[in-house]
Design a protein around this ligand. Sequence first.
Ligand SMILES: [Ca+2]
Length: 674
Amino acid sequence: MKFQRFLSRTSRFVLCLTASYALPLYAAPKTDTASVTRAALDPSLVDGRGANAHFVEQEAENAVTDGTIIGPARTAYTLPAEASGRAAVKLLPGQYVEFTLPEAANAITVRYSIPDSPTGGGITAPLDVSVNGRSLVTMTLTSQYSWLYNQYPFSNDPNAGLLFPDQYITECACVPSATTPPPIITKPFRPNHFYDEQRLLLGHRYQSGDKIRLTTPASSNAAWTVIDLLDSELVGPPQHRDEPAVNVQRFGADPTGQSDSADAFDTAIAFAKQWHREVYLPPGTYQVNRHILVDNVTIEGAGNWYTIVKGHQVTLSSPLPDGSVHTGVGFYGKYAADGGSSNVHLSGFAIEGDVRERIDSDQVNGIGGALSNSTIEGLYIHHTKVGMWLDGPMSNLTIHNNIIVDQIADGINFHTGVTNSVVTNNFVRNTGDDALAMWSDKIEDANNTFDHNTVQTPVLANGIALYGGTDNTISNNLVADPIREGSGLQVGSRFGAQPFTGSLWITNNTTVRSGPFELNWNIGLGAIWIYALEGSINADIEVVGNSFLDNTYNAIMLVSDFPVKDLYTITNVHFKDDRVDGTGTSVVSARVAGSASFENVDARYVGAVGVNNCGSFHFTPAGSEFTLIDLGSNDGGGTTGPWLAPWELPNTITCDDRPPVVPPPPPSPWDPSL
Ligand SMILES: [Ca+2]
């Protein structure tokens, strides 16, 4: 999403009265060693929100270890910041972390980080897995898919100088190439995307109470191994399909992964379409190093733990018409310009890509093209650029029950005229850009729903982002730990998107540890960030029933940008029945002209004055250009009093963008009397 290019390079917008950068430190929740969390929270605090996953999650920082807990800390470009719950365990060679299984399991997922190689490109290192003291297997961890550096769109070279010395950078608050003497740039510059995850079938069903120990061998070549969390799961048996389903192995597909199976897939698909049958991918690893074109076909695997479609990146001799200079494994519908695809149904397999750098013109996504009247269900998508990048116009796609992790860019993006489509019960972790996005580029996305998805630790940009569109719904999602240049939920007139029209419903979502620090603006964001950069936002936006938990800075931000602050406004946003449990600074930060209404928006543990109202920065005697409409029952507050105090209404200037941050206590059950 070419994020950084669009950010303000000016600090003029920041009218700070104080400059306290004290970053919050948070106490880890006290939990027993078998404790299951969701987004590092007691599950009761996020009940009904997010995806209903097949696995249970345990944070390493709550487990038994002789290593060192790192964090909690939220400063970008650090290992704790990118960890779930903003904390993890660092193991030196010989050290371990041990989890007690909370439920029966035969499979685990380890989220970890190990160092990069000195010149970039990654290393591999061992991790011993034992159960109840008996050695089981040694995993081979890798950092080949992690560790990016430098300015957007990043580099794998930790020793590189600035990629764009002619661009403003916040570290020196200068344009390095235009500055004398040149600023000293610390290398590696802006390291990020530290983590990766790996799945392991244990080969045996273990019971609740059994102890899974992860040990870094004393001889490990990795100077350290950071373990963030363990997911454990009882995976069902592989799903077999007999005739008449078309088995790709009949057409020469190789389940050992030794020989290329792409042509066999094509032949099987053609045969299946001719005879109106489904395609079956039996258990195995199939090497596919290009797109598989899908149209009017059903492809089913044996389950995403068993059927793995795996590719390596291929450098093309000349660019493709779509601009790609690489290709790789992916299932693609026909592009809309070629008529698009329809009636495609993909389920029950994994897509393992090999994307290690960000090249925006490359189509190296897990799923791509246009897929109307289609379903994508039960996939596990790993190490591709974007998990699912749909290029419309297209309509009626259902994306259900998928896991998308360790992406170079977005998780799922509805790009250009995607309509009447649903994204539900998906789990998205460690994307390198927006985890879930609708981008109304040229043609608006309309009548779509993102519901009951879980998003964790997008290392850049937002958990869920909407750039234009009409009558879309974001509901019942759980978004945790956005890290930089984005927030939990963004509504933005950006990236050339069509305007917001009709209504936008943002209902019953929960964000946690969101509202991060905006490095380029040097201010804190809000967990929901409404951003009028390229035009006014005046569609009906209903923000109802959401919980914004443990906000690093603000819960709600409405903002323009300094060069356009007198051009664009935000109006017609309505907050109702929302809960704000803890803000480092304010509940609302308004840095734009316009208005919003508030009804039964309750808050507690508010770290600064409830409303930071800068309006459009004219500071006239008439007050701020932004008006808060109080529809009643906006209760609670912090040490500075009620969050929406009468003296702040409707438009008292309270502009203080950098008040001291007062870290709130960890989220806890909500007091119903509020
Ligand atoms: Ca963690």
